[in-house]
Design a protein around this ligand. Sequence first.
Ligand code: X90
Length: 279
Amino acid sequence: MERKAVITADSSANLFSAKDAEYVSVPLRIITDVKEYTDDEKLDVPGMLNDLKHYKGKSSTACPSVGDWLKAFGDADEVYGVSITGRLSGCHNAACIAAKDYEEMYPGRKVFILDSLSTGPEMELIIEKYKELIGRGLPFEEICGEIQRYAARTHLIFSLESLTNFVRNGRVSPAVAAAANLLSIRIVGRASSEGELEPIYKSRGEKRAISQLYEVMKESGYEGGKVRIRHSDNENAAQKLAELIRADFPECDLQIGRNNGLCSYYAEKGGILVGYEAN
Ligand code: X90
């Protein structure tokens, strides 16, 4: 009998459907004292950013519950999940509890949730790889092994114009928060191997930040693999980075898109996230 496979990820992957695969996105939420935003495909992201710009009170985010994850698993025989870094969110923990409950409730069904130690476009790459592995008809255990090997050579780097929401929500270390207190400094950095925000450069101009992003990519072994760029209202910077990459690797599989709600809340206006495959 055909086994039913579902791929699922929280909404920080910025992905709401997948061609030729069962895919379910599990939304995080962005919360203010006056409004709550659900990070799904219906969210008006520019509208939310505009609201936040004029909002002076506290804001925060909330991860999906165990029940939300269970709903996403549906009635699949095999669930392949990926979550935002467990170091910065309770998302992975909730997904793992759901996985255990699901396997207990339905003996024979299997769930694997990868902690991406990252977010955004690196998760997108992992989802694409899941699709490929499922399409090849590999057994569950093999897919779980392959996806972990793959995730070890994918990376996430970013350029952020502001770390305000990170700092306010206590999601960076006090040292990083202090460094980010300088005004009009862009932080170019990466998701560390522990799944935390790791600043690498501070840069004043955007042009410099873009070339630093590409330097970091090359230093970490980028040699023409897939690239997924996601920006928060900064198409221009995304295109410029794409030009730099394509000048060296004209044939590379590169896509540009927008961040949805959760990534835009933390990356803030102007932020760009880059997921890529290295060697
Ligand atoms: O559980 C929650 O409420 C969500 C908390 C998420 C905190 C991190 C969001 C990151 C969004 C910003 C730039 C990339 C930083 C990479 C660090 C691993 C994207």
